[in-house]
Design a protein around this ligand. Structure first.
Ligand code: NAD
Length: 385
């Protein structure tokens, strides 16, 4: 690790998440008063031409098409894994073994046994931090929901409803790595339900006890190959539905689709408690809806909180713009990165950071859903280790 208080970053992957994460590294130190400096040391990806351009555009000091060079680079303290899911294992494990902190994209791995291997190595290197990009925890409205739940505003939570819908078009969408089990592990399940399960666990502080049934449905089984003509097999779920019960007795539903026409990134969570309800939808990211059942009956009704008021103590508001000047998707990554640096620098993160342990627990739920869908029965999490 560097002797002075500087965090030197190496990132693998330079496309969608590469851009989102680079933006966090550029803007984190500009908008947050961080306990350490940040240096963007090296980026790795596959295509040399676009990588060179990417590195220059985002201010990475160097680039390489060999990720193993990056995980061994003595000038790198934190390795960011933002590659297709099948690569997370080797890249994260080798980074830990080379003494690096790691932040990995979700889902942690393609399968539960691989996730188990990863968590074992992370635990062996306990002085090194191990985070996962469950970035939606840091939508300010979600962080506020966390704070409200923890201060007892909902009382006992009875039910959680998670809906995560996207619109990837029809069978004309080509066979990206995301449609292949070998590369992605699963489809909507690992991609979308993983986020929802993390949010449900994060907000309620509760763990899934049993998956009470699941449907994993592949609608389009053939897709056009990206190159060379012809078609190839898509073998992951396009639509995932599952029911679950939690240790506290709370019940939950998770619904996710990549084929929901019109829904571009509809990530919604709703929690019903004895004293009130909360609902959040990423499509209206600044807002948190609250129903306070403790108000006199004649005053009860849904209210919408615009979560952007620094003076009101809204999460992350003091780091951004005046009230009502909305934030977007990219801010969730900046907020998470700032909290990671704060924690590494000995300060407290505003709300808990997603750890490898969290991602492993999510992976157990995904595995239980796969078994439940296959076997047509309930799967207690005690049987999924
Ligand atoms: N947190 C979120 O909101 C969110 C959103 C999208 C994707 N993701 C996750 O992020 C990860 C990456 O997804 P993406 O959408 O950025 O994928 P992408 O296809 O846009 O980019 C993948 C990157 O990985 C690089 N890569 C592939 N093989 C490589 C190799 N052998 N060596 C070095 N680099 C290699 C590619 O060059 C590319 O830069 C996935 O795990 C995905 O599930 C998370």
């Amino acid at each position: 690790m560097g002797a002075e208080k500087v965090l030197r970053i190496g990132m693998i992957g330079s496309k969608f998440m590469g851009r989102a994460h680079s933006n966090a590294y550029v803007n984190g130190p500009r908008f947050f008063d961080l306990p350490m400096g940040v240096e963007m040391k090296q980026v790795a990806a596959q295509d040399e031409e676009s990588l060179k351009k990417f590195a220059k555009q985002w201010g990475w000091e160097s680039w390489t098409t060999k990720w193993r060079e990056l995980v061994k680079n003595p000038e790198v303290d934190l390795v960011d894994v933002g590659t297709p899911n099948e690569m997370h294992r080797d890249q994260a494990i080798e980074a830990f073994e080379n003494g690096k902190h790691v932040v990995c994209e979700k889902p942690l791995a393609n399968t539960l046994p691989i996730a188990r291997e990863m968590i074992k190595v992370a635990k062996k290197h306990k002085k090194q931090k191990a985070y996962v990009w469950f970035n939606y925890r840091r939508c300010p409205a979600v962080s506020l929901a966390y704070q409200m739940i923890n201060s007892g505003r909902l009382g006992r939570i009875l039910q959680v409803r998670c809906v995560y819908l996207q619109d990837w078009g029809g069978p004309e969408t080509p066979l990206l790595w995301r449609f292949k089990k070998k590369h992605a592990g699963s489809g909507a399940l690992g991609d979308l339900v993983a986020h929802s399960v993390d949010l449900a666990r994060f907000l309620t502080g509760d763990d899934v006890k049993k998956v009470n049934g699941a449907v994993l449905h592949t609608v389009y089984k053939e897709r056009m190959l990206l190159e060379g003509g012809g078609t190839g097999k898509s073998d992951v779920d396009d639509i995932s539905l599952l029911l679950a019960s939690f240790k506290s007795g709370m019940v939950a539903s998770f619904e996710a689709s990549r084929l929901a026409r019109g829904y571009k990134n509809h990530n919604k969570i709703e929690l019903h408690g004895e004293k009130g309800s909360l609902r959040f939808n990423l499509e209206r990211m600044t807002e948190l809806d609250f129903y306070d059942a403790e108000l006199p009956a004649k005053e009860q009704g849904w209210s919408t909180i615009n979560v952007s008021e620094a003076g009101a103590g809204h999460p992350y508001a003091e780091n951004w713009w005046p009230a009502g000047h909305n934030l977007g998707y990219e801010h969730t990554f900046v907020n998470q990165f700032a909290d990671m640096v704060n924690e590494m620098g000995g300060k407290k993160s505003l709300v808990p950071l997603p750890s490898f342990e969290d991602a492993y627990e999510v992976q157990r739920v995904l595995e239980a859903a796969v078994r439940s869908a296959k076997e047509g029965c309930d799967i207690p999490l005690s049987q999924v280790k």
